[in-house]
Ligand binder design. Structure first.
Ligand code: HEC
Length: 124
């Protein structure tokens, strides 16, 4: 019983650590992307509600044809492949970003981003 509680507790800590790590990785995106209730499109589109969102669908953002017509839907495997090398996954995208090469960082980043629902509020 006690060990079960300790295990559950360490799971919570691990998840919290991953979110903290993801937030740190997100610093690489912040010049161009925002999340949260006050998020606005910047050089890149708002990343709220990313999980399950079709690529190229944030209103008022001027996407490249490459992104808009990519036919992608943002889920974890798609995101991980994309963020490793955006120009490989979406040739001629106008996102100028070399990529996140470490899969562990990319996974933490995904966890961080998908906390934010379409309205920018954190899902609980
Ligand atoms: C230098 C600016 C810049 C940086 C840095 C940047 N992005 Fe982007 N991002 C863009 C632009 C511009 C687009 C739109 C691409 C297009 O239309 O071809 C985009 C598009 C995207 C999309 C597709 C969104 C959609 O609605 O289809 C995702 C996901 C994304 N970026 C994630 C990230 C993440 C995560 C990071 C940080 C690791 C990041 N980007 C860093 C500029 C940037």
């Amino acid at each position: 019983m006690i060990s079960a509680i300790a295990l559950a507790g360490s799971g919570v800590v691990a998840a919290a650590n991953e979110l903290a790590a993801g937030k740190k990785v997100f610093r690489k995106c912040i010049a161009c992307h925002a999340v949260g209730v006050k998020a606005r499109n910047k050089v890149g589109p708002v990343l709220n509600g990313l999980e399950g969102r079709a690529a190229g669908t944030i209103p008022g953002f001027n996407y490249s044809k490459a992104n808009k017509n990519s036919g992608l839907t943002w889920d974890e495997p798609t995101f991980l492949e994309y963020i490793k090398n955006p120009r490989k996954k979406i040739p001629r995208t106008k996102m100028v970003f070399a990529g996140i090469k470490k899969e562990k960082d990319a996974r933490a980043l995904w966890k961080y981003i998908i906390q934010f629902g379409p309205d920018g509020k954190k899902k609980s």
